[in-house]
Ligand binder design. Structure first.
Ligand SMILES: [Mg+2]
Length: 408
């Protein structure tokens, strides 16, 4: 079944939001900086003309463009704007996935099967966002998320590009592999590909799978698919990240078990899912809750409050293990395990802003990035592999959308 996927990518998002809110900044070169006005988080297009870039310090930015105006970032504004974009997107389809604070995927396949031109949908979205929020975006349209993302990067700012299935071979034959950054082919991978003589996306798609697997392991499979312009990953609309009170997941085993190592392994897998979602939302939690459902459908659950908010997988798993230990020894075989984290608060603004530039500095986030781009659990802790051998039934996300006051 053919799909039609849109990616809305906001242009110079933080800077555009500031310009939309303050007319005095419109049309001017501005930079949005972290607290203490240290590093450029986003430069407006007017500043980019002068060579001002994300990651520069204030001094470098002033050197490049003496008249540049530095604005201290206010994450709550960007989160608000992000929620508004999500709301607008939901007027067009219920299949909406916030991919990052300024990017969102829409699956409009159903609408387009009724002879609706996706470009008309994209134009309507762009118009609505401009009218309501006063900011522009680039929209990419493709048969899957990878291609939609590539299309969104082809015209900035205020772009609209559609790549049809039939256009892919010609387009990819000409496209440098570096252009695949942002869809999962990072700088190191593209450098390695170039050293192997693979310089275009099309060549990547034509490279034998064995060769790619030899150099990149399991990732080789995903790389080949990207090179072919193929991607089956669905638009995950389960996130709905407004007003989150708790983030949790549960898993039903393919068959009931008393094996502690298997239960523990599933708990680790749940930890990865919960941790990923927490970090996606820029949140931290202070209460961890574990639940077990037995074969006879009776349940056990316990929670632990913490002194400090946590967000890293290993921190969450450490607490989950302690809670789980209270359930042992088991009197009955287990059918399901669940994990959730509540008592949430947004991460520190400055940290969050800095994270935008230092995305790859922490292992967990690097893994999240890869898993997000290549599919969940491409990279995993070894005990998760055990749960995979045992089997996985579709999970049930349990993000409860109740009142969360985001105070940043
Ligand atoms: Mg953007």
């Amino acid at each position: 079944m053919t799909r039609t996927i849109l990616l809305i990518d906001m242009n110079a998002f933080f800077a555009s939001v500031e310009q939309a809110m303050n007319p005095a900044l419109r049309g001017k070169p501005i930079i949005v900086c972290g607290r203490g006005r240290t590093v450029v988080t986003t430069a407006s297009y007017e500043a980019r003309v002068f060579g001002v870039k994300t990651g520069m310090n204030l001094y470098q930015a002033k050197q490049a463009c003496p008249q540049v105006i530095a604005v201290e970032g206010d994450m709550s504004r960007y989160i608000d704007a992000s929620h508004n974009i999500q709301r607008i997107a939901r007027e067009f389809t219920d299949q909406v996935e916030m991919f990052s604070i300024d990017e969102c995927f829409l699956d409009v396949s159903k609408t387009c099967r009724n002879e609706v031109d996706p470009q008309n949908i994209a134009r309507a979205i762009k118009h609505t966002i401009r009218e309501k929020l006063g900011v522009t975006c680039s929209i990419g349209i493709g048969p899957n998320k990878v291609v939609a993302k590539i299309a969104s990067k082809m015209q900035k700012p205020d772009g609209l590009i559609e790549i049809r299935e039939k256009d892919i071979p010609v387009l990819f034959a000409l496209m440098a592999v570096q252009k695949l950054q942002g869809v999962g082919v990072g700088r190191h991978i593209s450098e390695k590909l170039m050293s192997m003589g693979i310089t275009t996306a099309g060549q990547l798609g034509n490279t034998p799978l064995e060769k790619l697997m030899h150099h990149f392991g399991i990732m080789g499979y995903r790389l080949k698919r990207i090179g072919e312009g193929k991607d089956d990953s669905p638009v995950d609309s389960s996130g709905g990240n407004e007003l989150i009170k708790s983030v949790g997941h549960s898993h039903t085993f393919p068959r009931d078990t008393r094996d502690i190592s298997i239960i523990r392994s599933y708990m680790m897998m749940l930890t990865e899912k919960v941790g990923l979602r927490l970090r996606e939302y820029g949140l931290m939690g202070k209460t961890v809750y574990c639940t077990i459902r037995f074969g006879d459908f009776t349940s056990w659950g316990a929670q632990q409050g913490l002194k400090e908010h946590i967000r890293q997988n290993r921190e969450i798993f450490f607490v989950a293990e302690q809670i789980l230990a209270r359930a042992f020894p088991l009197s009955k075989a287990v059918r399901l395990v669940g994990l959730s984290i509540s008592d949430l608060k947004p991460r520190d603004t400055q940290q969050f802003l800095l994270k935008e530039m230092e995305k790859d500095t922490t292992l967990a986030e690097a893994v999240d990035d890869i898993n997000k781009k290549y599919g969940v659990f491409t990279i995993k802790a070894s005990s998760v592999i055990l749960s995979e051998k045992f089997g996985i039934r579709p999970s049930c996300g349990m993000v409860s959308k109740q009142a969360l006051k985001i105070k940043v």
